[in-house]
Design a protein around this ligand. Structure first.
Ligand SMILES: N[C@@H](CCC(=O)N[C@@H](CS)C(=O)NCC(=O)O)C(=O)O
Length: 343
């Protein structure tokens, strides 16, 4: 395990002129079927803490929906705006998470390791009985939901990380992580012209490559949705709303690439994807928290989210979104993104 420092933080001066570097998650225990790290998969025992603003946390939101884990793994949604104590439960009555009884996610980190010097990040999974953080390892959490939580999956849950495709999925995800998922942050938080330009060039080179790949195939790997699609989606869905302007990733908008735009809309309109997205949380978080790069805190109004609902025609490429499985059911009422901010 490595020691983590604050992750993307506020985009303020803390980074000096050093290139933006994402730190590794510090708490990397795994929740597994055999419980080898001391955390066995168990219905009702753990709480997933997310911000709907965060692309890394949103991966877990999508996986949990597709796999039908809503009842087994409960959900806490933080305020999209952190304060100096980081993520807080100000959206809940009395400003406390009703299950964990805490006001700040940092309390679960403290319960796990007092005086932990690193940052408090989402996604986080907390052990409800002890109130202790189990993991904030965003790269592993979704893989474990797909492969270790199988006993609790819904009937008809898709296989998001199929064994025969893992090598290809891992390879595709590695490039997308470096240049796209993390690349937008490297561009947005660059503190030198050169660092920004390097990130920008790599980002759009990779997006062009992914666009070519997706021109005649509906999904990134195989003919069904996999973990790779989830990881690309959570960046693409934020692209025009925040990365294009706020992070200066503006060679083109997502909506100007016909293939990627149709691919992203296809996923958005697939149950389990778009129904987790809150553009209000996304925009307020990025524009208001990163005061280093947006000192006025003014939140950009566009683009019109209705465009996400326009026909994509990607079904003409074939593919079976859920493989041998089926679509997830409706979002539990308590977890619905408010109608007022949905397209
Ligand atoms: N846990 C991961 C990544 C997850 C992550 O960066 N989450 C962001 C939100 S998108 C976060 O919580 N950052 C903490 C902060 O900004 O203080 C890490 O340690 O790098």
């Amino acid at each position: 395990m490595s020691t983590s420092t604050r992750t993307e933080g506020t985009g303020n001066s803390a980074y000096g002129r050093k290139p933006f570097k994402r730190s590794k998650s510090h708490f990397a225990d795994r929740i597994t079927a055999d419980g080898r790290d001391g955390w066995p998969v168990e219905a009702g025992r753990y709480r997933l803490v997310v911000s709907r603003a965060c692309p890394w946390a949103s991966r877990a939101l999508v996986s949990r929906r597709l796999l039908g884990l809503e009842e087994s793994l409960s959900l806490a949604v933080t305020d999209p705006i952190q304060d100096d104590r980081s993520w807080r439960f100000t959206l809940d009555p009395g400003g406390r998470d009703p299950v964990l009884g805490i006001r700040f996610l940092s309390e679960a980190y403290d319960a796990r390791e007092r005086d932990y010097p690193g940052g408090v990040s989402v996604p986080a999974i907390v052990d409800v009985p002890s109130g202790r953080l189990v993991t904030n390892d965003f790269q592993q959490i979704t893989l474990d939901l797909a492969t270790e939580w199988t006993a609790l999956h819904r009937t008809g849950a898709p296989d998001l990380y199929p064994e025969p495709l893992r090598e290809e999925i891992d390879e595709v995800m590695a490039g997308i992580y470096q240049d796209v998922n993390n690349g937008v942050y490297r561009a947005g938080f660059a503190t030198t012209q050169q660092a920004y330009e390097d990130a920008f060039v790599a980002l759009f080179r990779r997006l062009d490559e992914v666009s070519r790949r997706l021109a005649d195939r509906r999904y990134l790997v195989g003919d069904s949705i996999t973990e790779a699609d989830i990881r690309l989606f959570t960046t693409l869905v934020r692209f025009d709303a925040v990365y294009h302007g706020h992070f200066k990733c503006n060679r083109a908008k997502l909506a100007e690439d016909p293939v990627l735009w149709a691919y992203a809309r296809d996923l958005y309109q697939t149950p389990g994807f778009g129904d987790t997205v809150d553009f209000d949380h996304i925009k307020r978080h990025y524009y208001q928290v990163h005061t280093g790069i947006n000192p006025s805190g003014i939140v950009a109004l566009g683009p019109d989210p209705q465009s996400w609902l326009t026909p994509h025609h990607r079904e003409e490429l074939g593919g079976r979104p859920f493989g041998d499985g089926t679509a997830p059911g409706p979002v539990p009422p308590a977890e619905q993104v408010p109608a007022a901010v949905r397209p």
